[in-house]
Design a protein around this ligand. Structure first.
Ligand code: FAD
Length: 309
């Protein structure tokens, strides 16, 4: 079987999520990559070095500059004649492209896979991760998105893939790029951070969140996350959200501050290696999954902890 993996990149750098997708694809068979964008020679070179990668298909064209799914999906479909599976990381971009590819190929998408059980059989979470479904498909072409935390990252070095330019399918004119406001941060990215400090509704407002959470995160070299309640209340931007409708994370250490532990939040972080919860309510559900719990008022506990670190 030949699998085509969508290479996610930003600002001239390959994103880590690609490496987990490569591992998943490798369990199906030969791994080919698709690098699409404008001025992506460097990305293609980096992609060719990923361990066990065969061919790297490169589509360098203005139509692909901003990874608009409406333009990328036809490009993927044009390559699917020679591939059996399209594999994308279950990131915002991957989740935007893959369903369009599936629709154009008239097959079902298998979303957010956790394991490859066979050439046509996969596991995936359902009910916000409270049950794991085993899905078997009879489709001739597979379209998969891969949960990054469920697969080890392929080695970024050591491969010697061949780079090959592919024809463009052009601008479909269905969407256009207007602009992007990217939050710039020196902190590690949420989905690849080893330590995450997350704040919830209890932080009261944006100002208090800013006063308490970043100093603790800075001491720990941690990324910052948040519950949906904190995002909805405007404490932080929505790309901080951890959970079923946010990011799925599995750091070494996850510190939940003033977060109750709703199942939709747990769906995004319960695979963290060590979970630490600070909550003033000893019956808060977060304590049921926490390895360490501190029943305390966060407004005194967090500054004290930050001060002692
Ligand atoms: P709350 O549930 O209000 O909890 C606040 C906690 O802070 C309480 O436990 C309280 O005891 C504690 N507290 C209060 N004051 C203090 C203090 N001074 N010191 C210490 N502790 C204190 N949520 C997500 O997070 N991510 C998602 O992706 C997500 N997706 C969703 C999808 C759907 C379809 C739906 C229906 C909901 C989703 N939610 C999601 C929302 C989720 O159900 C909860 O509403 C949300 O997670 C609650 O956020 P919270 O824990 O910050 O707030």
């Amino acid at each position: 079987m030949k699998a085509l993996v969508w290479v996610e990149h930003e600002g001239g750098a390959l994103k880590d999520a690609t490496l987990s997708a490569v591992t998943a694809a490798g369990q199906l068979g030969d791994v080919h990559l698709l690098v699409a964008g404008q001025g992506v020679d460097g990305i293609a070179e980096a992609a060719a070095k990923i361990a066990d990668v065969g061919k790297v298909h490169v589509a360098d064209n203005a139509a692909y500059a901003h990874a608009l799914a409406e333009n990328i999906a036809p490009l993927v479909v044009s390559l699917m004649e020679n591939h059996d599976a399209f594999v994308a990381p279950a990131t915002t971009t991957g989740k935007n492209i893959a369903p369009r590819v599936a629709a154009l190929l008239d097959v079902m998408q298998i979303s957010d896979i956790l394991s490859v059980e066979g050439p046509d059989t996969f596991t995936r979470p359902i009910y916000a991760g409270n049950a794991i479904a085993t899905v078997k498909t009879s489709d001739k072409k597979l379209v998969l998105t891969v949960r990054g935390t469920a697969f080890a990252k392929a080695a970024a070095q050591g491969g010697s893939g061949t780079v090959e330019a592919v024809g463009t399918t052009g601008d479909k004119g269905l969407s256009s790029f207007v602009g992007a406001e990217i939050a710039k941060s020196e902190r590690p990215e949420l989905t690849s951070a080893k330590v995450i400090v997350s704040g919830g509704r209890a932080l009261k407002d944006a100002e208090t969140f800013e006063q308490l959470i970043p100093p603790l995160a800075d001491k720990l070299g941690a990324a910052i996350g948040a519950s949906r309640a904190a995002v909805d209340a405007g404490y932080v931007p929505n790309d901080y959200q951890v959970g079923q409708t946010g990011k799925i994370v599995a750091p070494e250490v996850y510190i939940a501050v003033g977060i109750s532990g709703a199942i939709q939040h747990l769906a995004g972080m319960k695979d963290s290696k060590t979970i630490i919860a600070i909550n003033k309510d000893e019956d808060a559900p977060i304590f049921q999954i926490a390895d360490f719990g501190l029943v305390a008022d966060l407004f005194t506990a967090v500054p004290e902890l930050t001060g002692k670190l």
